[in-house]
Design a protein around this ligand. Structure first.
Ligand SMILES: Cc1ncc(COP(=O)(O)O)c(C=O)c1O
Length: 443
């Protein structure tokens, strides 16, 4: 038996209860029993029963330091007491009134305090719904149809949001280019075909696995304005996670439309679109029929979600949880890189703010700045051929009590502690050493 089979076998044997749930799941969920493409893993990811703070526990009784954090939604960590209390109190009063309620107004007021660009706000069930509406509003406002997007940016799985060349997706009206060249953006917009430019806050793929220069973000408002094109900033990940005011407050820009999700509702499902009042006016019933956009949605601003959102947003206001998560992410990047350098491991952590991206591959540039990626080549930072290597790391980390984002990243919360970081660094170093022995790192 090869070493790699030994890992799979050891994992399977040490997780017999998860294995049983996985067998049952496969009868329903076509993605090898998983309900999200990032949760597909050979042989399976653990089945979780409960979570608190920085930890979660599975059906076999294992504890994990969690860096998936509800796909990035849980900047406060799992089951933050203030959010739990708000949800419990609201649950007893009713989940959903199918009507107006004060909580949605209070929630919107808090969002505007966090992001002053929110002249008007619209709530959705998810981040991608907010992006789809942002595109529609841009088309109505400009009378144009084409959308300019950027390679390696993720905005959801729907038509026009998903990756280039996705089977079955309608992308006829989408142009995808690399980030970094404002003149190229200018040339495309000068064709007069574009309704909107859509870009991911913080950089491509979960806040900058593929970094985007800050100057590029700063150049976009003037270029889009010059051509009468709508500038949409997707802050579904970065909204309130990187700073109280989101990515826009960090780089100092005011988009026409911002989309948020994940953290805005403290861990319950939601999305929101905010921005210029004249653009959102299309949602008003007084809008002329040619500009009127109808918006339904059973789960828009559900009281239960709004209650969680208010509790979470109140905590985001002073920036303290974000700062705590940033500090822990910085510590993790620094300590891990120190260890990798000393061991001569072909791996580095990088990224800014609350995320540590994991890179495995040739170290093309060594930097004292642990936020800097070890190569500037986007094709290497997001190399699909490396996916099996990252998934392998993910499994090794799970075996060592660390739950990562596909072995490619670690998202931090205000609940992570120095002890979590020390244990994670040890797990990373040990896992990589084992992968070296398995010859998984002979790149
Ligand atoms: C940057 C970005 N935008 C949009 C989305 C889609 O959000 P949702 O999954 O809530 O639809 C995601 C999801 O991960 C995301 O990372």
């Amino acid at each position: 038996m090869s070493n790699s089979d030994q890992l799979l076998e050891a994992y399977r044997q040490s997780h017999p209860n998860s294995a049983r749930w996985h067998e049952r799941a496969k009868a329903f969920f076509p993605a090898d029993g998983a309900t999200h493409f990032t949760r597909v893993r050979a042989p399976f990811r653990p089945y979780i029963t409960h979570a608190r703070g920085s930890r979660k526990w599975d059906v076999d009784g294992y504890e994990y330091i969690d860096y998936v954090l509800g796909h990035g939604a849980l900047i406060l960590g799992h089951a933050h007491p203030a959010v739990v209390e708000a949800v419990q109190q609201q649950a007893a009063k009713g989940f959903h009134f199918g009507d107006n309620h004060p909580l949605e107004v209070q929630w919107a007021e808090l969002i505007r305090r966090l992001m002053p660009a929110a002249e008007r706000i619209e709530f959705f069930a998810s981040g991608q719904e907010a992006n789809l509406m942002a595109i529609r509003l841009s088309r109505v406002a400009t009378g144009k149809r084409r959308i300019l997007k950027f390679r390696h940016n993720y905005h959801g799985w729907a038509d026009e949001l998903c990756a280039e060349g996705t089977p079955g997706a309608n992308e006829d009206q989408v142009t995808v280019i690399d980030v970094g060249d404002p003149e190229q953006v200018d040339r495309h917009l000068a064709t007069g075909q574009f309704a909107a430019v859509l870009i991911e806050g913080g950089g491509g793929r979960i806040a900058g696995r593929v970094p985007t220069p800050v100057e590029f973000f700063q150049a976009l408002p003037a270029i889009t304005r010059k051509h009468g094109v709508i500038f949409i900033l997707d802050e579904v990940v970065t909204g309130f996670r990187e700073a109280a005011g989101g990515w826009q407050s960090i780089v100092g820009i005011e988009p026409d439309i911002t989309t948020i999700g994940k953290a805005v509702s403290g861990g319950l499902p939601s999305g929101a679109l905010l921005g210029r009042a004249d653009l959102l006016a299309s949602l008003s019933p007084t809008s002329p029929p040619a500009r009127l956009v109808m918006h339904g949605g059973t789960w828009n601003a559900v009281p239960l979600t709004a209650a969680a959102g208010i509790a979470a947003c109140e905590l985001y206001l002073d920036g303290a949880p974000q700062q705590a998560a940033c500090t822990m992410a910085g510590r993790l990047r620094h300590q891990a890189n120190d260890r990798f350098r000393r061991a001569g491991a072909p791996a580095r952590l990088y990224g800014t703010h609350t995320v540590a991206h994991i890179y495995i591959g040739p170290i093309e540039r060594e930097s004292a700045d642990d936020s800097a990626p070890p190569t500037t080549d986007p094709a290497k930072l997001a190399n699909p051929r490396m996916t099996p290597v990252y998934k392998r790391l993910d499994l090794h980390l799970l075996q060592r009590g660390v739950s990562s984002l596909r072995g490619e990243g670690l998202m931090l919360s205000s609940a992570h502690t120095e002890e979590d970081i020390d244990r994670t660094v040890a797990a990373l170093a040990d896992a990589l050493q084992e992968m070296e022995r398995e010859r998984m790192l002979s790149l």
